[in-house]
Design a protein around this ligand. Structure first.
Ligand SMILES: N[C@@H](CCC(=O)N[C@@H](CS)C(=O)NCC(=O)O)C(=O)O
Length: 202
């Protein structure tokens, strides 16, 4: 199994999931600007969408999309604490969170990372709705240790990865005390700490 990733990007979710389950994997970094992998391969030949993550499986199939890869790994390796099996309604709660993080949180960061959009426009139009979404999550985490309550699941991994990006945008984390507590808690998990170290992230 080989993970195509970019340092600190959303592909970190797949790395943490691989580490949580204990699946051995190879890795190759991708330069998202040049779309070349570290060995010089044109990344579009691996993922025609040009985005990380991509996971090459033993049978050479390449699976893309965070939400699909995370589900695949949990199902394939029967990691039911991370994703309850079909038939258990809690599975759909985890998927509900994963969908929200992917479509509403993750993608809301895209304009903030875009250097062609002015700071003024970012502050006026893109930051306020993102802040509102995180305040809602913060309120949920006030009453819950993890997104699903006491059980750590796939959606916590993805939330951790996108919440890390807030630091790059001067978000006042004192306004999100429960997200901050959640982040501190997750950094103590071996899979998360090892993944951050592998990507040389603090
Ligand atoms: N829909 C994809 C999006 C992945 C994505 O946005 N990846 C970013 C890094 S966090 C990326 O590779 N951006 C570069 C690009 O799309 O050209 C998923 O959920 O996995």
């Amino acid at each position: 199994m080989k993970l195509y990733y970019s340092r600190g990007a959303c592909s970190l979710s797949v790395r943490i999931t691989l580490q949580e389950i204990g699946i051995p994997y190879e890795q190759e970094s991708v330069n998202l600007k040049t779309k070349k992998t570290e060995s010089g391969v044109d990344y579009f030949t691996i993922n025609p969408k040009g985005a990380v993550p991509a996971l090459e499986l033993a049978n050479k199939e390449v699976l893309t999309e965070n939400v699909a890869i995370q589900q695949y790994l949990a199902d394939e390796y029967k990691a039911t604490p991370l994703l309850p099996p079909v038939g258990n309604f809690k599975r759909y709660r985890v998927l509900e969170w994963l969908s929200y993080i992917s479509s509403d949180l993750h993608k809301s960061f895209a304009p903030l990372f875009n250097p062609t959009i002015s700071q003024e426009i970012k502050d006026q139009y893109f930051m306020p709705p993102l802040k509102q979404k995180f305040e809602w999550i913060d309120e949920h985490l006030r009453k819950n240790k993890f997104l699903m309550g006491d059980q750590f699941t796939l959606c916590d991994i993805y939330l951790f990865v996108v919440s890390r990006w807030l630091a790059a945008f001067d978000m006042d984390m004192t306004l999100l005390p429960n997200v901050s507590r959640f982040m501190t808690e997750l950094k103590k998990r071996k899979a998360v700490a090892d993944s951050l170290e592998e990507e040389r992230l603090s």
